[in-house]
Structures are given as structure tokens and as C-alpha cells.
Design a binder for this molecule. Structure first.
Ligand code: ADP
Length: 453
């Protein structure tokens, strides 16, 4: 390895995740942190730590000049961005490389292409990935919009080209609503992303969200590591993910996996990526590609035994992939619960001091978290404080173990979503794997009603 020291441009559990992979490879780490994170676990564990600014992320974790300076003064020879923050910022990736620092991520041009959803769809379509029917490019005006919506048929969804986090999206049921909802989506997109460009897609009534993990060496060799089912969402945010999907057959996995791996090979994609699909009536429809490590990557690691962060570091160092497609075998089942510092009923944030902490443990149980007794969860960042990932020989065994793990997981001093996951596990429809992207919101609404009566 030529990489000897990695600067981790992130915080929380993902900063720890990267630190662990690096140390297992004999690589030193540099943590960066805001003034609010001086006592954070990622700062304590790293070999060096550098403060890059005040609490707001725009001034610290997104502060490019300060992060680059931190890499220079610490002589880090690579930067890992984690997820969120600067991970899909093509400009940052370019700046990192221009400073002679290795970027542990995809080529900047691929980050840029996939970050524009219209371009991403065009690229994916050209590479043979099946798309949601919709406008071939941005929708310029209302006449354009009307024509396209008629062609694909209502309901349609108007989406922001620069979108993210489910913002700037409007579902249009009938032609008379198109004009006002299109301008609403466009205004929202302009306000949120500084880009009013929108496009139109067929609105799928009740799909699942299924995504494929891909990995490329940057030289035209790429593999897939199977799918994850992330249909359990609240406000387009994933709550619980599992691999494999309860509804995908081995044949479907092999077929779509081969398609996406070939697409990545053809574009000479480098590093880890995720191809996201909506899935309905046995058909896959591409919605977007994420050019980074995902929050839910551990479920894939559990069923393949492959350390994705280690592989990201190796590929960034110029090594070929350490596995071929035929080396990747899928065993058993894994589920991840995202545990947030939130009220499990109304989801209001609940940051505060950890007055008691006992993480779940035992065979096939993994907890990725920066929590410790006495730690104060700052209010400035994402509310996810831990990920509980559990493996079992099959889905049923995995769910039994998950129930046991949730029962022993103690976080005191704040409200968390542990009780929500615990309740979810007792639902027969969930147990049967019988859910779509709408299911969780309906389940939550039903539970809220029965709480009132
Ligand atoms: P973002 O980047 O904002 O997260 P995505 O394109 O990934 O946007 O879509 C987020 C979520 O919105 C999907 O997981 C799905 O729940 C819903 N969605 C997006 N496109 C469609 C569609 N064509 N039909 C139905 N639901 C959709």
C-alpha cells in the first residue's frame, strides 16, 4: 500500500467505520471535527485530530479549504469522505486530486454525471439499465410537460434534476394539476438546490425500493454484490434495510446484477456505488445512482463477508479488485436498523447526554455507533446515532436474533427509535416480507390512530 495515512472527512459512526478499516490495514487516520464534536468517539480513536470549524456543517464538515489544509498539515495521503457531506461533491474530489491527495471514491466525472439525475438517467439508459418511463431530458416548459405526461399516462411525478432527500418532488394525478405542480416542484428545486430544472417520470403506484451494490476498479472491471431492499421508508428516508430482498429470486439477482456490473465495467467506474431501482410487477426501474458508500452497506458485508471500505481503500491505492464475480457468494440474511435520537412516535429530535449505554452483542450482531456513556449527542447533525446489524442463516433466524438484540440494546438519556423497530418486528406483514415503499407510513398512521383510541 502506498497510502499510509487517511484523513476522514466525516463524523459519527461512518468516521469510525473508516477508521477501523484503515487501522486493520495498518494505515493511520486523521479525524476532522467541528467544535461541537471535540469529545466525539471518531476524534478519540483517530491517530490525529484537527478542528475544522464551528458547529454548523457548512462551516466545518463542508468547509473545503479547512479540510484540505488539515490534510496538508497532517501529511495525509488520501481522503475518505464517508457518505453525505462532501462525498458526492465532484468539485471537492477534483480539488483533492489536484493537491496530489488520493480520493477514496469514484472518478470526479462520474460523480458529476450521476449527481445530475437527468444525465444519470440518460447515461444509465445508454448502458442498458432499465429506466422509469419519462421525459428523455429536462422538461423546458408546460407544453413539453403536458405532451410527455400524456404520452406516458397519468399519474406522473415531477422531480428535480439536482434533487436529493426526496425534495422537489410532486405527484400529478391529472392534467389540470400539471401546470401548478410543475411550477411548485421547480420553485422548490430552485430554493433547495439552486437549480430549477425538473423532469417527468411515470409515477409507480406501489413499488419496492431495491438497490444493487456495485464495485469497479476504474479500469473496466466491475462486479455486483447483490441487492438490498430499502422499501421501509418514512418521508423517503430509509428506516430498516435488508439483504437479500425477500422478493428477489436468485435468477433475478443474477440477471440484474450482471446488467449493472456490465454497465459499470463499460463506464470504467471506480470504487463503490449503488444503483437504485423501484421494483414493481417483477420489473426494475432505475431511479438514481449513488456514487459513494451507503449507510446500509453493512448488510451487504454481512451476507458476502467482504469489507467494502477496505476494498475502497485498495482500489483508491491503484490495486485491482481483490475478488472476481464468481468469488462473491451470498450466505444467509442480514437486517440493519437505523437507530435515531428521535421520539419513536412523532419523530421529533431528541439529542442529549447518554446517561446509560449497553449496546447489543453476541454472535452475528454488529453495532456501528459513536455512542459511549457520558457522550452528549449534539443537536447540529443527522439524528442517526447507531446502526444495529444482525445476521442469520435465513430471514426467520435473522429476525429472531434481531428481536433478541433490540431487547438488550440500552440507550438512556434520550428517546430513540429502538421501540419502533421492536414493534415493527412483531408485525405479521413485515415478518412475511410483505411491504412496499408506502407500507411503513401507513403502518405508522395506523399505530398513531390506535394509540389515540
Ligand atoms: P432523492 O434523490 O430525492 O432521494 P429518488 O429519485 O431517489 O430521490 O427518489 C426517492 C424516493 O421517492 C424513492 O425511494 C421513492 O420512494 C419515491 N419515488 C421516486 N420516483 C418515483 C416514481 N417514479 N414513482 C413512485 N415513487 C417514486
Amino acid at each position: 500500500m502506498t497510502i499510509k495515512k487517511i484523513l476522514i472527512a466525516n463524523r459519527g459512526e461512518i468516521a469510525l467505520r473508516i477508521h477501523r478499516a484503515a487501522h486493520e490495514m495498518g494505515i493511520k487516520t486523521v479525524a476532522v471535527h467541528s467544535t461541537a464534536d471535540e469529545d466525539a468517539m471518531h476524534v478519540r480513536l483517530a491517530d490525529e485530530a484537527i478542528c475544522v470549524g464551528p458547529p454548523p456543517a457548512t462551516d466545518s464538515y463542508l468547509n473545503i479549504p479547512n479540510i484540505i489544509s488539515a490534510a496538508e498539515v497532517s501529511h495525509a495521503d488520501a481522503i475518505h469522505p464517508g457518505y453525505g457531506f462532501l462525498s458526492e461533491n465532484a468539485k471537492f474530489a477534483e480539488i483533492v486530486e489536484a493537491h496530489g491527495i488520493k480520493w477514496i471514491g469514484p472518478k470526479p466525472e462520474h460523480i458529476r454525471t450521476m449527481g445530475d439525475k437527468v444525465e444519470a438517467k440518460r447515461t444509465a439508459g445508454a448502458l442498458g439499465i432499465p429506466l422509469v418511463p419519462g421525459s428523455p431530458g429536462p422538461v423546458e416548459n408546460i407544453e413539453d410537460g403536458k405532451r410527455i405526461a400524456e404520452e406516458i399516462g397519468y399519474p406522473v411525478i415531477v422531480k428535480a434534476a439536482s434533487g436529493g432527500g426526496g425534495r422537489g418532488m410532486q405527484v400529478v394525478e391529472s392534467p389540470d394539476k400539471l401546470e401548478s405542480l410543475m411550477s411548485q416542484a421547480s420553485n422548490e428545486a430552485k430554493a433547495a438546490f439552486g437549480d430549477p430544472t425538473v423532469y417527468i417520470e411515470k409515477y409507480l403506484g406501489d413499488p419496492r425500493h431495491i438497490e444493487f451494490q456495485v464495485f469497479g476498479d476504474g479500469n473496466g472491471h466491475a462486479v455486483h454484490l447483490g441487492e438490498r431492499d430499502c422499501s421501509l421508508q418514512r418521508r423517503h428516508q430509509k428506516v430498516l434495510e435488508e439483504a437479500p430482498s425477500p422478493v428477489i429470486s436468485d435468477a433475478q439477482r443474477a440477471e440484474m446484477g450482471t446488467t449493472v456490473a456490465k454497465a459499470m465495467a463499460d463506464m470504467a467506474y471506480r470504487g463503490a456505488g449503488t444503483i437504485e431501482f423501484l421494483y414493481e410487477n417483477d420489473e426494475f426501474y432505475f431511479i438514481e445512482m449513488n456514487t459513494r458508500l451507503q449507510v446500509e452497506h453493512p448488510v451487504t458485508e454481512m451476507i458476502t463477508g467482504i469489507d467494502l471500505v477496505r476494498e475502497q481503500i485498495r482500489v483508491a491505492d491503484g490495486h485491482p479488485l481483490s475478488f472476481q464475480q464468481e468469488d462473491i457468494q451470498f450466505h444467509g440474511h442480514a437486517v440493519e436498523c437505523r437507530i435515531n435520537a428521535e421520539d419513536p412516535k412523532n419523530f421529533t429530535p431528541s439529542p442529549g447526554k447518554v446517561t446509560g449505554y449497553h449496546p447489543a452483542g453476541g454472535m452475528h450482531v454488529r453495532v456501528d455507533s459513536g455512542l459511549y456513556h457520558g457522550y452528549v449527542v449534539p443537536p447540529y447533525y443527522d439524528s442517526m446515532i447507531a446502526k444495529l446489524i444482525v445476521y442469520g442463516k435465513n430471514r426467520e433466524g435473522c429476525l429472531m436474533r434481531l428481536r433478541r438484540a433490540l431487547d438488550e440494546f440500552v440507550i438512556e438519556g434520550m428517546k430513540t427509535t429502538i421501540p419502533l423497530h421492536r414493534e415493527l418486528l412483531d408485525d405479521p406483514e413485515f415478518q412475511n416480507g410483505d411491504y412496499t415503499i408506502k407500507w411503513l407510513e401507513e403502518w405508522l398512521a395506523k399505530n398513531a390512530e390506535s394509540d389515540e383510541t
